[in-house]
Design a protein around this ligand. Structure first.
Ligand code: ARG
Ligand code: ZN
Length: 462
């Protein structure tokens, strides 16, 4: 009884002290202008969380001009006197916070916003940013183009991993912050704009057509897309009741058709392996963007720079579980995305007339110690320039094969399903995965992970 009362008193005085401190300090402090990721120190802001993005965009392929209104619903993670959004290029004409004009400063890719009033810790607030301009993609540390990538024919390939979301909307741009999205894009008639999730409506007025999309599960900003083309669209429901929307550039249509026809089978095959499909929509965007050397697992609807082969389709679909639903806390853990998606290709090939996963592992292991495969461990790329190099993909898959051989098939597949389940719509890191594997197998796997996930160079024994 006494203890309780003392605690209550103590709590009251702590609260009073906090309130006094807040008012004495002029009300809050600026959000840290970073999510704290050493690979991309400029990304994100630690002071608040974006719950929802409402993006209302207009695009004119002829001039490449984008107009945007971004309406963000956020919650403060501290008493917040100012905060940042990431935005690269583009001109901002106004910023409102809770309906009142806010002071704005630009410093590189950071848009620093100071609201008229401090936002108390835990408060929900609304930010509206009106902007326009000709978006320019960024160039990643590995030299690849990323973000809003206009093509010579007027179409646009939009893929934001790891940092390109800021080229087309203001964002708290690190995957630690996941949000739901409404993305509506208005384009001239004849063009189609394809984003994530379900198509809520499409309507044409005065020569322009609006496509309104909704992603209702949390999504990392880099997984958002709003790709534009003169697409051939097809819409159907899978036997399991999932709406599928595919958009294909006519130049890729013939090559894409037989592969895209397998999408429902790939989804249901992966569902039997990984547990229920995490999202309420599926599909594909097949662009004709010959200079882009990659595809991206944009949530619910991956983007492909050209007609994918079946392995790429299997890979991007696997990312819906590993990467999209279960996201990274920090980019260093990229093998949790790429190793899993690559191992899924191994599994698919093994069940469709290709080599066994054991043979795949042996083939990789046979590569000489000088091969790029052994240049760094899957679990520690060392720098942002190495995120999409061979080791996180191929050595990442080797780690999973090693784990499977160590714990046996039933436990291995239980680990994969439990990982997807435990962290669905959230985040997971390597330490948690290692821990889960040890827990479910009851084995000490430290030496195995030390060698195969973190070991430098080629391990002495396969
Ligand atoms: N996550 C993509 C994939 O493996 C690769 C993205 C590469 N992006 C880049 N900027 N290099 O399917
Ligand atoms: Zn991948």
């Amino acid at each position: 009884m006494i203890t309780r009362r003392l605690l209550a008193l103590a709590a009251t005085s702590v609260l009073a002290a906090l309130l006094a401190g807040a008012s004495q300090g002029g009300g809050g402090t600026p959000g840290a202008p970073t999510a704290g990721d050493p690979y991309f120190p400029q990304s994100g802001d630690g002071g608040y969380h974006v719950v929802h993005y409402g993006l209302t965009l207009g695009y004119t392929p002829g001039t490449r001009n984008l107009t945007g209104t971004a309406q963000l619903t956020s919650t403060a993670a501290q008493d917040l006197s100012s905060f940042d959004l990431d935005l690269s290029g583009l001109t901002v004409s106004s910023v409102l916070v809770d309906g009142r004009p806010a002071a704005v400063r630009r410093d590189g890719v950071k848009l620093q916003i100071t609201p008229a009033q401090t936002l108390p810790d835990g408060a929900t607030f609304h930010t509206t940013v009106v902007y326009a301009g000709v978006p320019e993609n960024v160039t990643d540390p590995d030299g690849s183009a990323d973000g809003w990538i206009a093509q010579p024919d007027g179409s646009v390939f939009v893929a934001g991993e790891p940092q390109g979301a800021m080229t087309w909307f203001p964002t708290n741009g690190h995957p630690i912050d996941k949000s739901t999205y409404d993305i509506s894009v208005t384009v001239p008639n004849g063009w189609t704009a394809v984003a994530n999730g379900r198509l809520r409506f499409q309507c044409s007025i005065g020569g322009r057509t609006t496509f309104a999309w909704r992603e209702s599960q949390p999504m990392a900003a880099y997984l958002a897309t709003a790709s534009i083309g003169r697409f051939q669209v097809s819409q159907y429901w899978t036997a399991g009741g999932l709406p599928v929307y595919t958009a294909v550039d006519p130049a890729e249509a013939a090559a894409a058709a037989p592969v895209l026809a397998q999408l429902p089978d790939v989804i249901s095959w992966e569902t039997t392996l990984f547990g229920r499909y995490p999202f309420d929509a599926a599909g594909a965007i097949v662009a004709h963007a010959p200079k882009i050397g990659y595809a991206l697992e944009t949530q619910t609807r991956p983007v492909y720079a050209s007609a994918p082969d079946i392995d790429t389709l299997v890979h991007e679909t696997a990312h819906q579980w590993y990467g999209d639903s279960v996201s990274l806390n920090r980019w260093k853990d990229i093998w949790l995305n790429e190793g899993f998606a690559t191992y899924t290709e191994w599994l698919w090939d093994a069940q469709h007339g290709g080599p066994s996963t054991k043979q795949r592992f042996a083939r990789d292991y046979a590569l000489p110690a000088t091969n790029e495969l052994w240049s760094f461990p899957a679990g520690d790329p060392g720098s942002a320039a190495h995120l999409f190099a061979t080791p996180p993909y191929e050595r990442g898959a080797m780690v999973l094969q090693k784990l499977r051989e160590t714990v046996g098939d039933p436990i291995f597949f239980l680990i994969l399903r439990t990982w997807a389940d435990d962290h669905r719509y959230g985040h997971g890191d390597t330490a948690q995965f290692v821990q889960l594997s040890a827990k479910l197998s009851g084995q000490n796997l430290d030496a195995m992970f030390a060698t195969w996930l973190y070991g430098q160079g080629k391990p002495a024994q396969p």
